[in-house]
Design a protein around this ligand. Sequence first.
Ligand code: FA5
Length: 338
Amino acid sequence: MQHEAIPEIQAATTLEALQAVKTKYVGKSGLVTRELGTLGKLPPEERKTRGAEINAVRQAIQDALDTRETTLKREALDAQLASEAIDVTLPGLPLPAGGLHPINRVYDDLTGIYERLGYTVVEGPEVEDEHHNFEALNVPWYHPARDLQDTFWLEDGRLLRTHTSPMQIRYMVDHEPDLKIVVRGKVYRYEATDATHESMFHQLEGLVVGDHINMADLKGTIAEMARGLYGPRAKVRFQPSYYPFVEPGADFAVYWDNPRGESKWLELGGCGMVHPNVFKAVDDLREAQGKERVYEGKTGFAFGLGPERIAMLKYKIPDIRYFYANDPRVIGQFRGEL
Ligand code: FA5
């Protein structure tokens, strides 16, 4: 019996198969167990020797079963470990990554420059009222910017802000001087679109208010921004211009050049010294809210620029409309670059 059992035990390749062999020989009604049961029928003198024989066989089978079980269990564990092994030295799989929109990247560059200069970065409502968007900014009723053709009017008489300048008013009503802020956000104009004009675009607005702030501070700030954007060789140019909320007012351009020999003046935005009428309008609004009039006699400068211009140049995007056309071929180029 032992001669049959041992090869069967060796041949069992799973714990289940081994259990079956165990049942067959040493189980409750197994062959060896039954053989032991026949001892009672033998004459007493044979019983002892026969019993010892059967027990030896039983022990040999049990030993073989135990050894085989240990082996099978170890093999199963080895197989499990091998299948679950993680090779930590393998290079990682690339994860699908999003990316920042080019306008947000330019905004981050710009606000980074201003934060280093101690400015606070704020945002404001895109739905505005006529008073904040125009009147308080000294834009008279006959100014062309108030033309129905330039402004998206809402049915309730409010409008989509045409520039970020109304945040000058809101911030000054809520805060006392001295202050240094930049405003980032979307603006809207009801006008025909072309390669450099969109009906929705972005602006970065700057406002500094304190005592004895002058035009040199303004020019130095714009020059610092230009160097931050285009390196130490960047130059700035100011040309007289008119905006109702500043006096004097100017347009500014940045001259940038790079090692590839590309260079040109980039018209970036408008700026100037805050008009006294703006400070007066702010104090009027403050007074109406029970706040102190604190802006009379203060001086300040403001500027506003379009980050799309910077992004078009930086990323060689020939048409402003590509930014917002939702074409994955344009935006997909910025994937994974955070
Ligand atoms: C203004 O909006 C003034 N609020 C800027 C200002 C602020 C002047 C503070 C003085 C003091 P302007 O309309 O020129 O100005 O617009 C400013 C910049 O926004 C422009 O130089 C240009 O870069 C950008 N911009 C204007 N219109 C569009 C448009 N349709 N599409 C894309 N960018 C535009």
